[in-house]
Design a protein around this ligand. Structure first.
Ligand SMILES: Nc1nc2c(ncn2[C@@H]2O[C@H](COP(=O)(O)OP(=O)(O)OP(=O)(O)O)[C@@H](O)[C@H]2O)c(=O)[nH]1
Ligand SMILES: [Zn+2]
Length: 225
């Protein structure tokens, strides 16, 4: 597929092409290969890593691992790199004139640290104040999951979720707090199993102290996983 054609696809999905610092750093040719082609190449790469480590890939427990890992990378844990997987967010008119903030808390986050390719596991709490548009609740879970399914740093994940919801809801009044454990900190390196990381992005009215405090009061008791 020609690069211009890929961009047509992405345009159809409503992605911006002016890359900003909160965008995942992608190469210009990121979508030249299709998913099947990527799986074939990654399979060879994983096999190479395993053989270099001295593993015997003829063992019946190991023989399927390269293909399994390649499929998992492309279709699952890094599936959110492909804009074709971006969830379509159904929105509705706020006919009932609900004027307070809506908070969806304890959204499960499974992501992958882009520095070590180890899991990030936690909870996202998302809030918005309607500007006349309402989004289906599950779409917020789907947006969190879509951006989580990329190599990530937690700061960028938090910002990407807020920016996407601001676009979907046509308002700046969106906030997200994520509390997550990074296995690169918990299971290796410093091996601090207790620590977790909190990141926050407050847009529009959520920058006002009183609004921010209300949001934080709703989630305060639930930052657990
Ligand atoms: N800011 C930020 N840092 C992260 C995130 N995930 C992992 N890191 C950090 O990225 C850093 C990478 O630092 P390096 O010194 O290159 O890696 P390292 O030698 O494996 O470091 P140690 O983990 O301290 O052993 C580490 O300090 C990680 O804890 C994240 O989401 N945000
Ligand atoms: Zn890491």
């Amino acid at each position: 597929m020609k690069i211009e054609d890929q961009f047509k696809d992405i345009d159809a999905l409503g992605d911006d092409h002016i890359s900003t610092s909160s965008d995942t750093p992608l190469r210009d040719d990121a979508f030249v290969l299709n998913d099947e082609e990527k799986i074939e190449i990654i399979m060879d790469d994983v096999r190479h890593i395993m053989e270099t480590l001295g593993l015997d890939l003829t063992d019946d427990s190991l023989t399927g691992t390269p293909k399994r890992v390649a499929k998992m990378f492309v279709n699952e844990i890094f599936g959110g790199l492909n804009p074709k997987r971006k969830p379509k967010s159904s929105t509705f008119e706020n006919k009932y004139k609900y004027g307070e903030m809506l908070v969806e808390k304890n959204i499960t986050v499974y992501s992958t640290c882009e520095h070590h390719l180890l899991p990030i596991v936690g909870r996202a709490h998302v809030a918005y104040i309607s500007n006349g548009t309402v989004v289906g609740l599950s779409k917020m879970n789907r947006i969190v999951d879509y951006f989580a399914k990329r190599p990530q740093v937690q700061e960028r994940l938090t910002i990407q979720i807020v920016k996407e919801l601001q676009k979907v809801l046509n308002t700046n009044d969106v906030a997200c707090v994520i509390d997550a454990k990074h296995l690169c900190v918990n299971s290796r390196g410093i091996r601090d199993i207790e620590s977790s990381t909190v990141t926050a992005e407050f847009g529009g009215k959520f920058k006002e102290e009183i609004v921010r405090k209300e949001f934080l009061s709703y989630i305060a008791l639930d930052t657990k996983f």
